[in-house]
Design a binder for this molecule. Structure first.
Ligand code: SF4
Length: 179
């Protein structure tokens, strides 16, 4: 069973490193940490507590907390989609907390749900069939992926199912090398 205190400490550390703050509403903070712990138990990874996960890490990787949309949301609204991470302004005046629009492209959610349905029917294609990625030279640490349509770069185990910038599909990503 996932340890809620460990998750809380991890999120505190991440917030500090990024100069964010954790949710000033204690009750909401507790609920969100509970949700993350449940998702860790259920799926084996801490997917976002306020989004629907497919249960397929490959398709949920963009919503593993802290998600790929957090920084843009905090920059624009001072708060992440769930409210787990907030800016100093919101921390100092929690009355400014409010719900914000979903930044995750609907195509990413659709791709995840479609894959989930296929997996439930037992006909999910293997990674080699749905990734179509170039296997580049391993870099030190996490691989870097580049969207060949818009140039978006991200560091992660696998390319995202949908580019968060231009919405190109995963097969448009390639391994990126600085060399
Ligand atoms: S919206 Fe907030 S709580 Fe949800 S995954 Fe992103 S950073 Fe975590």
């Amino acid at each position: 069973m996932a340890d809620k205190n460990v998750i809380l400490e991890r999120m505190k550390k991440d917030a500090k490193e990024n100069r964010y703050y954790l949710c000033p509403d204690e009750e909401l903070l507790t609920d969100l940490i509970d949700g993350l712990a449940k998702n860790e138990d259920r799926y084996g990874y801490g997917s976002c507590p306020c989004r629907i996960s497919s249960g397929l890490k490959d398709y949920d990787v963009d919503i593993i907390c802290p998600c790929e949309y957090r920084d843009a949301d905090i920059n624009e609204f001072g708060i992440c989609y769930c409210g787990l991470f907030v800016s100093k302004e919101i921390k100092d005046d929690p009355s400014k907390m409010s719900s914000i629009p979903e930044r995750r492209p609907p195509e990413a959610q659709d791709a995840a749900m479609e894959a989930k349905q296929k997996a439930e029917k037992g006909d999910l294609p293997g990674p080699e069939e749905h990734l179509h990625v170039q296997v580049g030279t391993d870099s030190k640490g996490i691989p870097i992926w580049r969207c060949t349509v818009c140039g978006y770069l991200c560091a992660r185990e696998l390319p995202p199912p949908i580019c968060p910038i231009c919405k190109a599909k995963r097969d448009k990503f390639e391994r990126f090398s600085f060399g």
